[in-house]
Design a protein around this ligand. Sequence first.
Ligand code: ADP
Length: 490
Amino acid sequence: FLAKVHDNDLVKTAGFINGQWVAAMDGSTIEVNNPATDEIIANVACMKAADTKSAIAAASAAFPSWSHKTAKERGSVLRRWYDLVVAAEDDICTIMTVESGKPFKESKGEFVGGAASIEWFAEEGRRVEGDIFATVQQDRRMLAIKQPVGVVAAITPWNFPMSMITRKVAPALAAGCTVILKPAESTPLTALALAELAHRAGIPDGVLNILVGDAKAIGDTLMESAAVRKIGFTGSTRVGKLLFAAAADTVKKVSLELGGNAPFIVFDDADIDQAAAGVVSSAFRNAGQTCICANRIFVQEGIYDDFVDAVTKKVGEFKQGGGLDPSTTLGPLIGHKAVEHVSGHVEDAVAKGATVTIGGKIPDLPEPYNKGSFYAPTVISGATTDMKIFREETFGPAIPLFKFSQDEEAVQLANNTEYGLAAYFFTKDLKRSWKVAEALEFGMVGVNEVGITSEVAPFGGIKHSGIGREHSKYGMDEFLYVKYIQMGLG
Ligand code: ADP
């Protein structure tokens, strides 16, 4: 794939510590593959505890001077990074497509959002403000300022190899923190390309460090370190809980973006075509591998059959294949284990009485995609709450449609999950919109809209879906602490 990348210097296989590209201290490497073909595309450094300690030392040493720069100075460096990233759009999208499997057009979509995070936080850093409180005693004044928390560890997943990074790194750097980033083992190349561009943009040595390799060894070392003051994580609920527990020992500030099991309610007054398009766009984005993908579709009984037909028809339009093939509209899953997980959900649903209206199998694709980890886009009607597909996150291209009659029943079904990230519903009724939006126990609600992610709006969940918010002014606060200062005048 190197032939398709114009600037080959963006393709890196080493880690990045203190402004240097470095191999793992023990010389080990791990393979990165293309999930559409199972071909090995790179061998990258497999870093462990000793490499992590070196990155922590570099980030700690860089913190005093980076945090003492003015917000305007930091913003200018971030803006240069943004400009270089934008100039490298095609190369970054190619790298992202090859290592994650997502169609090139979806990589472009992620790229636009991911770059926007850098641009927005480059500006937002200049709007960090404190407070001066009305005094209650004449001989003193009370105020609060915000300061950077210190060294930040960011751990990111493979489903969005770029945007999960920029939404953490950009606000952290804008706030004056220094960062150690550990991208997912399966998608390190996008992260390393972003680091090369950050280096070219003049981000000083030690301010942004990238560790690739052994997740547990790196994670444990970051979590044990007293110098690391904050962990920002996106990934599975299982690993998020481990990190939350590990953060207790050194009382780190924590933001966690974990799993979701998003409900999507279609009321009988909804525009059926618009709602069906919304379901398909949300549920099949990144082959169903996003934490905010519509995962459980609740359809009011009067329109149920029409809705099943409309969704099945739209799902039939997908074309599966490699992401760099321009005709591809649905890519592979990240690996063969993910395929087993999705097919397990579908088989369980069928065994419990559901009907597959389209898909429900591993597709028959030509070489070289027959070796890739594909699952056919699938629609299941007649789904019920005793099925795994109701309870667990599917994280793949299979959607169950459930039938309901009353509004209250839909809200109850929607809330009947341990997760609380995103929820969606379609209706034309204003009163219903307010009532349902308020009653849904989720951090984000899309009403007649599924494209909810934006750098200006708070992204995050409640319950087992996480803690803290990314993006927006709230996402900036995650990297700052409030310092109260009292001045005696007496
Ligand atoms: P997913 O199921 O999406 O792969 P994971 O939670 O396994 O989610 O992965 C998200 C990120 O967490 C990845 O960067 C992965 O390497 C990292 N990770 C996995 N296990 C650990 C761990 N024990 N400590 C720290 N990070 C981990």
